[in-house]
Design a protein around this ligand. Structure first.
Ligand code: C2O
Ligand code: CU
Length: 429
């Protein structure tokens, strides 16, 4: 992959017969929610959220995306899957947006079991909110016994959803069953979950195991926009309630005891930095160090039409933000800090980040692809440059990204033939 000008489009997934095939049709739909309210949505296969895609680790997955009638075009980004670059689904970077009547085929293998999700990366601030998203679950090779639920939180047109429901949903689970709850946040801001009625362990974050965690109770699980947390527990003899702070939706698991579900208890936020054991060894040496310092400043934007606050990285506004250049095989340190007035969940495409220090102090390292950076915080992360391409690195509060909080990590020698902007019709954010 070294040398001159490998185009992104050459970095595609494996060929050969797929193990699983999906067909996903993007279309506008009116969806009636369980409360009776109707929303006008953009959907995958007419559903909200899109179909839950379940595959096994190592499967060659083939997904055909068809755009029936979404005028702005669509794409699918496999959030958290470190796919070959041409399969990354970012319009204007790794492909052209798929126009109405057209289709696009994605092919990739997932090497790590876990909880992922997918969404359009064309006009994403608009299209994801309006419904072009769904869960992707990668199961281990050997089937795991027990109950396994995705709890995907979203907000569309002011309606809060957990899965497809804007009301609390109920599921029957026999006492004694091992349960895995996969919390996913596809909304633009942090969601706080409380699990009441059982202690639980946090067993994975962002599709990577969180080893050695002890049982927790009364902890609130704060899931950043775009992030995933997997919880595990054994179903007790009485109901368990999963609730989201300040929302009416939720999930009650009941063993059939006839008892009432416990009232949700929100406690202090769970902190992955002080939980369990180290997920991986922190490198002793880095080939490069990069600073990503998020700030804001007042200025003109959109061609001088608007005056207001603009996001900055290292003092520069879009499109003059720094681009981070990587070389294949390097170990790279990024220092992510936030000197703006609001939290930013930073998402790196194509790689996981080993988070190992906060505010200059060592913490229990964990893997993340979507890291919430609060005002005044700084995180140091290690990235192993093993997946050549041009990779987006942006805030997953998607309106922030649409207002310029976007940069790229780009490998030397990789070029993209795709373009962004109104002439090309590609507008990834
Ligand atoms: Cu889930 Cu670039 O995004
Ligand atoms: Cu942000």
């Amino acid at each position: 992959m070294h040398g001159v000008g490998v185009p992104v489009s050459a970095l595609h997934g494996p060929s050969g017969p797929p193990d699983v095939r999906f067909r996903v049709v993007a279309q506008s739909s009116r969806v009636r929610l369980p409360s009776g309210d109707e929303v006008s949505a953009l959907t995958f296969n007419g559903r909200l959220p899109g179909p839950e895609l379940r595959v096994r680790v190592g499967d060659l997955v083939e997904v055909t995306l068809v755009n029936r009638d979404v005028p702005q075009g669509v794409s699918i980004h496999w959030h958290g899957v470190d796919v070959p670059n041409a399969e990354d689904g970012v319009s204007g970077v790794t492909q052209d947006a798929v126009r109405p009547g057209r289709s696009y085929v994605y092919r990739f293998r997932v090497d790590e079991p876990g909880t992922y999700w997918y969404h359009s990366h064309q006009h994403s601030a608009d299209e994801v909110e309006r419904g072009l998203y769904g869960a992707l679950v990668v199961e281990p090779r050997k089937a795991v016994e027990g109950a396994d639920f995705v709890a995907l939180a979203h907000t569309i047109g002011g309606h809060n959803l957990l899965g497809g429901s804007d009301r609390e949903a109920r599921r029957r689970v026999a006492a004694g069953t091992p349960v895995r709850l996969r919390l996913v946040n596809s909304a633009d801001t942090l969601r706080r979950f409380a699990l009441t009625g059982s202690s639980f362990r946090v067993v994975a974050i962002d599709a990577r195991d969180k080893p050695g965690g002890t049982p927790l109770s009364g902890r609130t699980i704060a899931v950043p926009a775009g992030g995933r947390y997997d919880l595990a527990f054994r179903m007790p003899a009485a109901p368990v309630r999963l609730a989201i702070r300040d929302q009416d939706d939720g999930l009650v698991l009941e063993p059939g005891s006839g008892e009432a579900a416990p009232t949700a208890q929100f406690g202090p936020d769970f902190d992955p930095a002080t939980y369990g054991a180290s997920a991986a060894a922190v490198p002793r040496h880095f080939d490069r160090h990069f600073a990503v310092d998020i700030g804001r400043r007042l200025g003109f934007f959109e061609g001088g039409v608007h005056f207001g606050w603009q996001w900055t990285i290292n003092g520069k506004t879009f499109p003059r933000m720094p681009m981070y250049m990587l070389r294949r095989g390097e170990t790279v340190e990024f220092s992510l800090s936030n000197h703006s007035n609001i939290a930013h969940p930073m998402h790196l495409h194509g790689h996981h980040m080993l988070v190992f220090a906060r505010d200059g102090r060592r913490i229990t390292p964990w893997w993340s692809d979507t890291l919430e950076i609060e005002t005044g915080e700084r995180y140091d992360v290690a990235v192993f440059a093993d997946n050549p391409g041009v990779w987006m690195f942006h805030c997953h509060n998607l309106p922030h990204a649409a207002h310029g909080l976007v940069t790229h990590a780009s490998y030397e020698g990789v070029t993209t033939p795709f373009e962004m902007g109104s002439d090309s019709g590609n507008e990834p954010e």
